[in-house]
Design a protein around this ligand. Sequence first.
Ligand code: PMP
Length: 393
Amino acid sequence: MARESPSMFRSRLQQLDTQSLTRHLHTLGSATGPTIQLAGRTVILLASNDYLGLATHPDVIYAAIQATTQYGTGAGAARLVCGTLPPHTELEQALATFKQTPSALVYGSGYLANIGVIPSLITRGGQIFADRLSHASLIDGARLSRADLRVYRHRDLNHLESLLKRTPPGRPVLIVTDGLFSMDGDLAPLPELATLTQRFGATLYVDDAHGTGVMGQSGRGTLEHFGVEDRIPFHMGTLGKALGSSGAYIAGPTDMIQYLVNTSRPFMFTTAPPPASAAAARAALTILQQDPSRRARLWRNRDHLFAGLTRLGFHLTDSASPILPILIGHAEKALAFAEQLLAQGVYAPAIRPPTVPDGSSRIRVTITAEHSPEQIDLALSAFERAGQSVHLL
Ligand code: PMP
């Protein structure tokens, strides 16, 4: 017989429910592509971070199968024990070449990379300044480091500068930020952040999870977009978004990478990523470099959807990317809008606190290279009908 759960969980869940903050897991009936199967229906998916559609690319799938055939499903141990396999080192070499850095190190996920790297950069007695909208894993990494953490207003360089000026001289300072913000789709002012970093003798840590494969002439990311790769010696990116696989990497100087290998706990004390994930990410990286048409399609689709949503009169963020959030405000209204959208055949989730600040609930819309212009037009009609039915338009 199933055991009753303690009533404290039920009452806490009920409390979340009264604020429209309960989350539910939806099991899809298909891979995440431009459309998905959900509860027996085909709906247009505008929620995935698989921006280039590489998670279902035949070459990427084939690379994962081959690696599995050759090396098995699991790496068997942590990298330092006996889990380092050719797919891991080949991927790291390919990432370093692509990112034009001396070395790269792969982690099991972006979350692990952030909580693993930040405590290696700074510790108790140091000072961290984080953009207010930094990803949760950056904040958790900052907390684990035991340095003092202060947030500065989103992209507000004057606020950051005033905080830097008030920091006692000689105190180690780390500035952390997303390159492309995951819930707003806007960009960190990296050139100015690099200048402030240099001026105050600080260190800058950029999480380019969403910029990798998406931003910049060659898809190298937000650093390439701003032309600041030579001013920011290391950064982090993920393999689970535009690269269609799973995991993350730090690209940077060899000494830094060796230091992380020797000290970073979420690298040392966890089983290496499956060989299939590493091989898939490497195959995706090859496609990214050889086929710029995918990124071109992504940006065409992004501009199409952006123009349509703007024409309909939705209140969007200051997005400069394929993440196009529609700002709503109240969690309850965002949920109602997401439900109406689904009824109209579009899946785009309501994002609510604590993922975004109170009062800024939204529908996070993402577009990929794989959506057809017809699907975008269908989605826009759905947005119009759903927006009218909840009185947003
Ligand atoms: N950083 C940012 C900006 C992200 O959006 C995410 C994922 N949502 C992560 C880090 C964590 O990456 P992963 O999913 O690989 O753990």
